[in-house]
Design a protein around this ligand. Structure first.
Ligand SMILES: *Cc1c(COP(=O)(O)O)cnc(C)c1O
Length: 350
């Protein structure tokens, strides 16, 4: 259900032909802002996209209580505005909130407010193939206070960004065996800002060696695979698909990952969610069983991996001949556009 929060409309829309809609650069006319204080959500409103004033002692800037989500809306082939599985992001957002000792956001604000905001700014949704509206809900600590404790006040905001096709070029990935992203008991499972700040150095070092990103491994042996950047990872063996399990709490539970597992099984593949060791992968590659590797995430949906390197071992993949990843991407696209039936209730109409 769409909500009915008070709206202050922009005087004149900023929407223009030919705006730069490469990923994450342009934002729509309006945003939703909700304030939490005294143990409850108070004012919720939709206002023109604008700067937010705050004092330098804003707690989020000092102690990192910040969480976010990434979701996409589309115009489907019938011209309807639809959102892909926002209920899963809503659930994950509140799980991240719990881990970061932040308040939960009610469904009416997160999902209802999101629909109301998208309906208001729907002219911004690009209508071309593979274009979408990226939805970024986030929440941060707003107490003006220096001292480590949970903030007593928060802001929850949703902003929208039109984006063109996110053609992730086939990636060259380095298996990380020095830095660590997440450890059991840590915050790897939460979509909180600090996880990304902490990952940049490893990615930058890998880029100096000619790679695009790192594949994270466990903190103890640096052998058990976790995930890549902001993507989960999957490996295609001749007769099955293998992906790291979520049990340790060190891997983000991707909505695309979950969708991919369902669709791969519909394609007749068996999918194993279990601990995956780099030595196993190298062995399967040498035996000729490991044929494809790809990442899954909201931004690019399915991203081919063309090279996976571990120490001296370079594993190369023929991305032009990756039938499993290609069919998965095609099937997910068909569900989004409405060409294929939405058998699982993944499509939410605005
Ligand atoms: C967001 C994210 C993913 C992908 O999740 P989706 O819900 O599929 O977009 C995977 N790993 C990390 C670390 C992420 O932040």
């Amino acid at each position: 259900m769409s909500a009915n929060f008070p709206v202050t409309k922009i005087a004149e829309s900023r929407l223009r032909e030919g705006m730069d809609i490469s990923f994450g650069k342009t934002f729509t006319d309006h945003m939703l802002v909700a304030d939490y204080a005294n143990g409850q959500w108070g004012k919720v409103e939709i206002i023109p996209y604008q700067p937010i004033p705050f004092y330098p002692a804003l707690m989020a800037l000092h102690y990192g209580q910040e969480i976010f989500e990434g979701i996409k809306a589309y115009i489907n082939k019938n011209g309807e505005t639809v959102i892909f599985r926002p209920d899963r992001n809503f659930k994950r957002f509140n799980e991240s909130a719990a881990r970061m000792e932040m308040p939960e956001v009610p469904e009416e604000i997160f999902l209802g407010g999101m629909k109301q905001l998208i309906a208001l700014d729907k002219d911004w949704i690009p209508q071309k193939d593979n274009h979408s509206l990226y939805i970024r809900p986030f929440m941060f600590a707003t107490d003006e206070y220096l001292g480590v404790r949970p903030s007593l006040t928060y802001k929850f905001i949703i902003i929208l960004s039109p984006s063109g096709p996110y053609f992730a070029k086939p990636a060259r990935i380095l298996v990380e065996d020095h830095y660590t992203r997440a450890a059991p008991g840590g915050v790897g499972r939460a979509k909180n800002a600090g996880n990304y700040g902490g990952s940049l150095k490893a990615a930058a070092d890998a880029q100096k060696k000619g790679f695009d990103q790192v594949l994270w491994t466990d903190p103890f042996e640096h052998k058990w695979l976790q995930e890549v950047g902001a993507m989960n990872v999957m490996f295609v063996y001749k007769d099955k698909v293998v992906t790291p399990s979520l049990d340790e709490g060190t891997v983000l539970e991707g909505v695309t990952r979950d969708s991919a597992i369902v669709v791969l099984r519909e394609m007749g593949k068996s999918v194993e969610e279990r601990p995956v060791n780099i030595d196993e992968l190298v062995q399967e590659y040498k035996n000729g069983n490991l044929t494809e590797a790809f990442g899954t995430g909201t931004a690019a949906v399915v991203s081919m991996i063309q090279q996976l390197s571990y120490r001296d071992m370079d594993m190369e993949f023929d991305v032009a001949n990756a039938p499993v990843a290609a069919e998965l991407a095609q099937r997910l696209a068909a569900i989004r556009t409405g060409e294929a039936e939405d058998a699982h209730g993944w499509i939410f109409r605005v």
